[in-house]
Write a protein that binds this ligand. Sequence first.
Ligand code: T1G
Length: 706
Amino acid sequence: MSDVIRTEKHDDVLVITIDSPPVNSLSRKVVEGLASAVEAANQDDSVRAIVITGAGGQFVAGADIGELQKAAEDPKAAQLGGDLADSLENIEANAKPVVMAIDGFALGGGLELAMAGHRRIGTTRCRLGLPELRLGLIPGAGGTQRLPRLVGLQKAIEMMLTSSELRGKQALDEGLIDELVEPDELLDAAIAAARKLAAGQLEPVRASQKDDKLGTPEMAEQMVQMAKAMAGDKIRNLVHPDYCLDAILTGVKEGYAAGLQRERENFLKCLETPQAAGLIHMFFATREAPKVPGVTDQGFEPAKIEKAAVLGGGTMGSGIATSLLYAGVNVVLKEINDEAAEAGRGRVDANLQSRLKKGKLRQEKYDDMMSRLSLQTDYAGFDQLDMVIEAVVENVDLKQQVFEDLEKATRDDCILATNTSTIDIKVVGQRTKAQDRILGTHFFSPAHIMPLVEIVRSDQTSPQTLNTVIQLAKRLKKTPVTVGNCVGFLVNRIFFPYGQAAGLLVDHGIDPYRIDQVIYDFGMPMGPFRMSDLAGVDVAKFAGGIMADAYRDRTYLSTLVDHLFEAKRFGQKTGVGYYRYENGKEAKPDPELAQYVEAARRDAGNPPPLDIDDQEIVERVFFGVVNEACRCLEEGIAIRASDIDVASVMGMGFPPYRGGVMKWADMLGAKYIYDKLSAWHEAHGPLYAPSELLASKAASGESLLK
Ligand code: T1G
């Protein structure tokens, strides 16, 4: 018997338990072990029925993504899905009844396994979904065929395209499970159902034979067209949504067997796409980021953060306070006066109200959170705090004064964090002797929504402090990326060449609106100029100036932003920037921009215009980012290349299906990038001066991810 499959006889029912920590994923070993356990049960005359369940309060988290990653790199090994698909067909066709006992998650191949059973018993905390599209894949073991037959085509399409889940009673109501029980009743209920099936008192449900919920091919065609229309631009550059819908539609039009065959063909095609490589890379990179060598692997017990203060109730401070409240922390919101404090509470309330209205927050949870928020305008009681997060205005003197006061007002084990986005954290803590417990927690706006938080350590931040804040970030359901202490930390630092390169292209005759369109088509949420309008042209000018000062040896500054600033064209908030905003939101190109572009080109000496294609625009805008990222690795600002991928996706919206900026670069190759940068360095100066790390990777041919 295998060490990942346990069997236990309950009189005439054999219970097969998948026990493969951490998430019972369907590795080849599990798939083979399960198949032989079912086979053995079939050979055993004393067994009249079978129950399949998972250990550890969870069912199965899907196919083993590590093995899928290997299969993607070596297609001939892609039998994994095939073996799984075949064994699920055998389970459904099994003569002896097979009941699925589902607690916790049944995702991807885990739900496909559950759907191959003759009856599904779920607990009130079960979570069922087919999130394969989040990995650039499609269900590869019958999911595109069985899910529509169990929950109906509309719901199935929605679940697969949005990777959404049905939980507990929802799953019962939609027909995905047949019985709903409490966790401690699950095994008995499953055994009882198995016996009833064996005795003919219950009819087995073989999903592949259920057609009553499918509807007609014409309706299916309409639903698929509607799904594509609704997805719209969100699925630009992706192929797997279409492959998924194609498999579903084939199954409706030509029957289950044809649909299964199409699913298999399309699954293998998805497995070999760069989008799958990128998204699977992001899956692991996101889970690797919170692991900091020498910090999280030392067995340090994180300090309890039960009561924290946030200084400053502006957009960032109120967002951070909201995030802390969600995680169960008691929060003191300190402002300079009562009015400002009340305004801060109002912002926290507004953050929660929007979720309350969307039904994403229950009233009692809202009431509990607001009851744990208190307002203050002084440091009274700060000696009771476990942590303070400062989010006051970006003014060095003010921050230094605040930290000097905090050191006096708090316990000497209270963690002092700053949300600064531009100031060296040692400068912030300069007037204290508390540098060991000072660090940066750079949230991204809106702080209660954006998943990334850069955790900035100085050379004096203690590992215990760092570990506590990394664990807190995970409690906030954020992805913490630990970074070094430099101007701009990681995201803002690697992206300064992005905006500067766009300015250089405009100075060299490329239309800013074309640049935005090309960068949007590449997969960014919006182009650099539209982004500048959103953040504020004045903010872009201020932040751009700080970065240019810090990295002046490799800066190119177009004067375009200065001309817009002087003309008070601050972007969306003033109704005009690079674009004009009629109804305050919709960006329209503005013919007036031309005069400022001409002025910038004159300031640049009217260099000869560049005649380049869209691909080269993408490369000229992003290769500087890759280059600066290499410098961050050289200097230890980033711990690993995949952290930069996580930061670029979560902090700047780099398309996750390209795997983040370093994975994308690695697919192009260091030498290709180095050669381009060298040529542009020659032509345009230091913005493109290749970094040493890139030069050495180009010379050695080594991966940028190693
Ligand atoms: N395979 C391998 N490892 C997995 C895994 C998986 N499916 N899921 C999680 N892990 C690892 C993860 O890397 C981490 O490892 C640890 O488990 C805890 O994960 C044929 C082709 C299940 C909701 O997409 O959504 O089936 O860092 O931190 O927050 O049609 O993991 O500890 O070393 O995320 O409690 C489809 C992916 C696969 C589900 C648990 N399934 N997993 O969340 O823990 S494709 C999925 C999750 C497929 C078939 C197709 C979550 C979770 P380490 P974690 P968590």
